[in-house]
Design a protein around this ligand. Structure first.
Ligand code: AOF
Ligand code: ZN
Length: 336
């Protein structure tokens, strides 16, 4: 591995410490002095806090003069919640900038050109794919104008999500349930239909294994026109809740996109899941499957309008993980 790649890898590792559910991307930065020694490693901790470059430059201090910055995202060129990183890099005396991914945000873009015009040596594209993977959903939202949508289910081997009497707690075991909380913590919003909110009365918060609430809860969203009783757990004060009286998945995503949310977890029920699938607004399926059978009855998704096997919604397998005694299957709609 050459030196630029090794330093960019360190910047990527730093970026990973940032929050994935934040409206802002995860960004890391490594500053080296004129002799090539690492004197600052920084990352962005979320909207409103210092950008990665500023965080790394603060550590590096005077040693940044004549030095290099390796950044996972093109340094911003705008005054948003904080000042432009291009100005911070120039002021610190950085003479070379290596970055991985161009900033697709038209407001923040233009950093590379500004730095080059000021005489900084600029190089783009080092470890571009690995750095893009850090912010898959944020980049997806910038590109498509809507959040990345993950449809989560917990079912038996025959796809059943509840027994005939409506009971559904607990189909999957401890490990799968802990994994769901981890998945929630990486999403900006958790969405359910009113039917699920009424029947299951879920709280939809992130709880760590020891039961303590995590910092930074995802927004809870209930979709549909049926009213909820004031005692519904989803309305408690453990997190913010948004009620959307619509049945249109595109409207739901537009409302969440407007709030800066780029990663959404759909947690059922079958009507909501089917509506998103039929609208082709599901980007990933995460299915927790318990080795149990219930037979008959409703399943993960309501009618998809599929009448013959040739019309089945085909998915490409991404990952299979055993969470004893259950299995987690991750798949994405085939683009082929
Ligand atoms: C960088 N370094 O660490 C980050 C960048 O309004 P703000 O100040 O929070 O800026 C958010 C925008 O800045 C965000 O949409 C993205 O384009 C860029 N993020 N840029 O140079 C960073 N987090
Ligand atoms: Zn910046």
């Amino acid at each position: 591995m050459d030196e630029r790649t090794a330093l960019m890898q360190r910047a990527i590792d730093a970026a990973r410490l940032g929050p994935q559910a934040d409206p802002n991307p995860r960004v890391g930065c490594v500053v080296t002095d004129a002799a090539g020694r690492v004197t600052g490693v920084g990352h962005h901790r979320g909207a409103g806090t210092a950008h990665a470059e500023v965080d790394a430059l603060a550590q590096a201090g005077e040693s940044a003069r004549g030095g290099t910055a390796h950044v996972t995202l093109e340094p911003c060129n705008h005054t948003g919640r904080t000042g432009p990183c291009t100005a911070a890099l120039l002021e610190a005396g950085i003479t070379r900038v290596v970055f991985a991914v161009a900033d697709p945000d038209p407001v923040a873009a233009g950093g590379a050109a500004t730095l080059a015009a000021a005489g900084v040596a600029v190089e783009a594209g080092v470890l571009r794919e690995a750095a893009a993977a850090l912010n898959e959903s944020w980049l997806h939202a910038r590109r498509t104008g809507r959040p990345f949508v993950i449809a989560k289910s917990a079912s038996t081997l025959d796809g059943r999500t509840a027994a005939a009497d409506g009971s559904s707690r607990w189909i999957t075991g401890e490990a799968a349930r802990a994994d769901v909380h981890d998945l929630r913590s990486r999403c900006g919003a958790v969405v359910v239909g009113t039917g699920t909110a009424l029947t299951d009365d879920p709280q939809l918060t992130v709880r760590t294994a020891d039961g303590a609430d995590a910092v930074g809860q995802p927004l809870r969203v209930v979709v549909g026109r049926r009213g909820l009783p004031a005692t519904a757990r989803v309305l408690d004060d453990a997190a913010e809740t948004l009620l959307l009286a619509t049945h249109d998945p595109a409207d739901v995503l537009a409302a969440l996109h407007a709030r800066g949310i780029h990663r959404v977890l759909l947690e059922g029920g079958p009507t909501l899941t089917a509506a998103f699938l039929r609208a082709h607004l599901v980007d990933e399926v995460v299915a927790y499957v318990a080795p149990a059978l219930l037979g008959g009855g409703p399943t993960v998704s309501a009618d998809l309008g599929v009448r013959t096997i040739a019309d089945a919604v085909r998915l490409d397998l991404v990952d299979v993980t055993v969470l004893p005694p259950d299995v987690r299957i991750t798949a994405r709609p085939s683009t082929a």
